[in-house]
Design a protein around this ligand. Structure first.
Ligand code: PLP
Length: 322
């Protein structure tokens, strides 16, 4: 039964669809015919194998992931991938160097972490403030870089790429934690995509990594085994105990996205939601600005109706205080 709840515009962990919460509640004590909770289940049991398999199939279907890509469900969050990416990929070419686009807090953190393992080249003139994507004509990409890294949506600063960077054949890596499955994406343009689940596709604890197969097996010798993509891909993310319950929740959310029309419909709804809010910001004569102040996130599970409530409140607040 649907319940009236507080509308959650949190930056992450974010709102989950109520139908997902209710299904999880219903199955919480006894999952299917297993007689036990997913929380108690062996990660090697047939019930859990079905859960992880189904979750992976849904993800492949929703993002149209080509067959030569592996999908992994790892721990350590998006931030864990800031280390895992260089540990696995910076050694792809002999020079151990990588190109980074630093357009906000998250990519800045990722670049800092990569510096521990190799040479990091920031490809564009340093930005004083994170308010825009530097024009590609100002980028100096290094053709012998092992990969080019960028964060497709800088969650804190609200700066999102509306294009996929051209790297002239160099492996492209993207942190899509906050816009994952908010719109369709052409996975074949990427060497690697990662995303923490707790923004758009589930709860905290699991991070999705999608990697092209030829990039497996190049990790540095100091790479921790749980972060080694080849080990995890070969073992279907079961080298050690995976975040079972988080994977289960993600499976429910992916099914919800599928039932609601998939990534294309998510994009249409997300555009309507953001237009509703940005129209008010843009018409406010500078009363509302996008950086600083209060942040409202409109992830997939936030509905049009939720957004209308926020829009009405912003209009009211503007009228009273401008
Ligand atoms: C939230 C977020 C992260 C950090 O994720 P954790 O799972 O907390 O480590 C990284 N990148 C982006 C773009 C994010 O939005």
């Amino acid at each position: 039964m649907e319940q009236k709840r507080t509308i959650n515009f949190g930056a992450g962990p974010a709102k989950l669809p109520q139908s997902v919460l209710l299904q999880a509640q219903q199955e919480f004590v006894k999952y299917s015919n297993s007689g036990i909770s997913v929380l108690e289940m062996s990660h090697r049991s047939s019930d859990f194998s079905n859960i992880i398999e189904k979750t992976q199939c849904l993800l492949r279907e929703l993002l149209n992931i080509p067959d030569n890509y592996k999908v992994m469900f790892l721990q350590g969050g998006g931030s864990g991938q800031f280390s895992a990416v260089p540990l696995n990929l910076i050694g792809l070419k002999g020079d151990r160097c990588a190109d980074y686009l630093v357009t906000g807090t998250w990519s800045a953190k990722a670049a800092k972490e990569a510096e521990k393992y190799g040479k990091v080249n920031i490809v564009h003139p340093k930005l004083d403030r994170y308010t825009k994507i530097p024009d590609p004509s100002s980028w100096t990409l290094n053709p012998s870089a092992s990969y080019v890294y960028y964060c497709s949506n800088e969650t804190v600063h609200g700066v999102e790429y509306n294009f996929t960077p051209e790297t002239n054949g160099v492996v492209l890596v993207s942190d899509m934690s906050s816009n994952f499955l908010s719109r369709p994406v052409d996975v074949s343009k990427f060497g690697l995509i990662f995303a923490g689940a707790q923004k758009n596709v589930g709860c905290a604890g699991v991070t999705v990594v999608i990697i092209r197969e030829d990039l497996l097996g190049h990790s540095l010798k100091e790479c921790p085994i749980v972060l080694d993509y080849k080990v995890q891909a070969d073992m279907n993310s079961l080298y050690n105990t995976p975040p079972c319950f988080s994977i289960y929740i993600m499976g429910l959310v992916l099914q919800w996205i599928k039932n609601n029309g998939g990534s294309a419909v998510m994009e249409t709804l997300n555009k309507q939601k953001s237009a509703m809010i940005y129209d008010i910001i843009d018409a406010s004569n500078g009363f509302y600005v996008s950086v600083g102040g209060i942040r409202a996130s409109l992830y997939n599970a936030v509905t049009l109706e939720d957004t209308e409530v926020l829009a009405a409140y912003m209009k009211e607040f503007l009228k009273e205080h401008q």
